[in-house]
Ligand binder design. Structure first.
Ligand SMILES: [Zn+2]
Ligand SMILES: [Zn+2]
Length: 245
């Protein structure tokens, strides 16, 4: 079968490759459809998002390649819309909605920038309680569709990125189940995001959560969250079986 891969970052944000190089690699890999996106603009943190004045250039470029390569591959342009982004997204083919920050006392704290920063954040704001931290995180995630109007739910359990707490725990289960239950009625797919497989041995969300989402009738899409063209479909062969039809 030919894969579709929609969560791919380029030089327009924090990816390492040009859009053209990504497309050429995707054609080489015989992909059916490729989607290039960028981190939506966040005024409170410009370190890894797109530059505010580059969005039109991004769209025009992808539109040009769409036509140029239409006989070889389907190309789409999207945005990974952060929960706290306020930029317009209407012109895109699809949207992945993601929570990357916690907001406390009018300040934004990244939750996936480094292990050290996450430890510091949880110690300072939550007295070291990772379940309270997860509670705030999943509360945002549960609203990510209504807030961002996304068409795909991004890395559902990003809060587990650094393996800093025990997720085999009823307190934690209650939090993620509550968020899943709130998202299911929107009837849009959850990503099975393979970018963390090398570190964690499983994707976002974890296999336990995938099974819970399945039991509730949720659907999935495979994504690599690639920042390098070498990773466009990394681990897809192992996780395609979870997608269903
Ligand atoms: Zn993300
Ligand atoms: Zn991403």
């Amino acid at each position: 079968m030919r894969y579709t891969s929609l969560h791919i970052h380029s030089l327009f944000c924090d990816g390492y490759d040009s859009i053209l190089d990504i497309i050429k690699e995707a054609i080489k890999l015989n992909l059916d459809t490729i989607g290039i996106l960028y981190h939506s603009y966040t005024s409170f943190d410009e370190s890894y998002c797109i530059k505010k004045d580059k969005i039109d250039e991004f769209i025009n470029l992808v539109e040009r390649y769409k036509k140029e390569f239409q006989n070889l591959i389907n190309i789409k342009h999207g945005v990974e819309q952060d929960y706290f982004s306020e930029t317009d997204t209407k012109q895109h083919d699809y949207l992945i909605g993601s929570v990357h920050y916690i907001k406390k006392n009018d300040k934004y704290y990244p939750i996936d920038s480094s292990k050290e920063e996450t430890i510091k954040l949880v110690n300072e704001l939550y007295n070291g309680d990772y379940y309270e931290f997860s509670k705030d995180y999943f509360n945002l995630v549960s609203q990510v569709v209504s807030k961002t109007k996304c068409t795909i739910i991004g890395h559902f359990d990003l809060v587990t990125k650094y393996n800093l707490f025990d997720t085999d725990n009823e307190k934690y289960r209650l939090l993620y189940k509550n968020a899943v239950d709130k998202l299911i009625p929107y009837n849009i797919p959850f990503e099975i995001n393979t970018s963390i497989v090398d570190e964690k041995g499983e994707p976002y969300p974890s296999l336990e959560i995938i099974n819970y989402i399945k039991s509730k009738g949720g659907k999935f899409i495979l994504s690599s969250d690639a920042h390098k063209k070498e990773n466009l479909i990394k681990h897809f062969d192992e996780y395609i079986k979870y997608i269903g039809d």
